[in-house]
Design a protein around this ligand. Structure first.
Ligand code: SAM
Length: 218
């Protein structure tokens, strides 16, 4: 029972909020289910810093933080300022302490988090689209439009993984089939990170997968 992630209370989020902030969907719930299946493992690595990139409504990190409890610091970032605000409200509504930053990936504090992150979670904009659909003026488009192969944003994060993750750090990434998991595994392998699929599910036209990455210890 203690290893269960309860879906956070999101009743404070209005339909007008969802005009600018990603509304939790099958991908969000698959990530929550995958993290729930990982709770014994996550507890065993004794995380002190968990970071979610692209928190949106805050559903994922708030759920994880509520389950893991207060022995860990929780940070989230989102490029969308509306999402950062809503994540703050979700954390407070669910009595969770979370630091939320409105920024692009980990840009402003990259040098401050070298080898510090124990658990990293990212449900990125993964839908393959035309580059022009990644419109900085549309917060909602930034939540799903992923450019070529849906890889535009996640590809910018991969080279940062060896820098920011702690020695036992674990990275959870949600993808769809079109993102090409074999190629993602190859890219991460070039940084000496090993990946595996820990959960997958068909949701309408999307085939969703959660990947787990760990540093290959020599
Ligand atoms: C698919 S939504 C996931 C939202 C939430 N984590 C969930 O699972 O419901 C992707 C999120 O990533 C954010 N995002 C997109 N590009 C980003 C970037 N470069 N840096 C930080 N966040 C980004 C979007 O604003 C959006 O909130």
């Amino acid at each position: 029972m203690m290893d269960k992630i309860e879906t956070p209370d999101l009743s404070h989020i209005s339909s007008s909020d969802y005009e600018n902030v990603y509304e939790p969907a099958e991908d969000s719930f698959l990530m929550l289910d995958a993290l729930e299946s990982e709770i014994p493992y996550i507890k065993a690595i004794k995380p002190t810093i968990c970071l979610e990139i692209g928190s949106g409504s805050g559903i994922v990190l708030t759920g994880l933080a509520k389950c893991l409890g207060s022995g860990c610091a929780y940070f989230s970032v989102d490029i969308n300022s509306h999402a950062a605000q809503v994540t703050r409200k979700t954390a407070s509504r669910n009595c969770v302490s979370l630091e939320v930053v409105n920024c692009d990936l980990v840009g402003p504090f990259l040098s401050r988090i070298q080898n510090e992150i124990d658990v990293l979670v990212f449900n990125p904009p993964y839908v393959p689209t035309d580059e022009s659909e990644i419109d900085p003026k549309s917060p909602i488009a930034l939540s799903w439009a992923g450019g070529l192969r849906g890889r535009k944003v996640m590809d910018r994060l991969f080279p940062l993984i060896p820098q920011i993750m702690s020695p036992n750090g674990t990275f959870y990434l949600l993808i769809v089939k079109e993102n090409d998991e074999d190629d993602i595994f190859k890219v991460m392998k070039s940084y000496k990170w090993h990946g595996s699929v820990i959960m997958e599910r068909k949701a309408g036209r999307e085939y969703l997968k959660v990947l787990k990455f760990k540093h290959v210890q020599m």
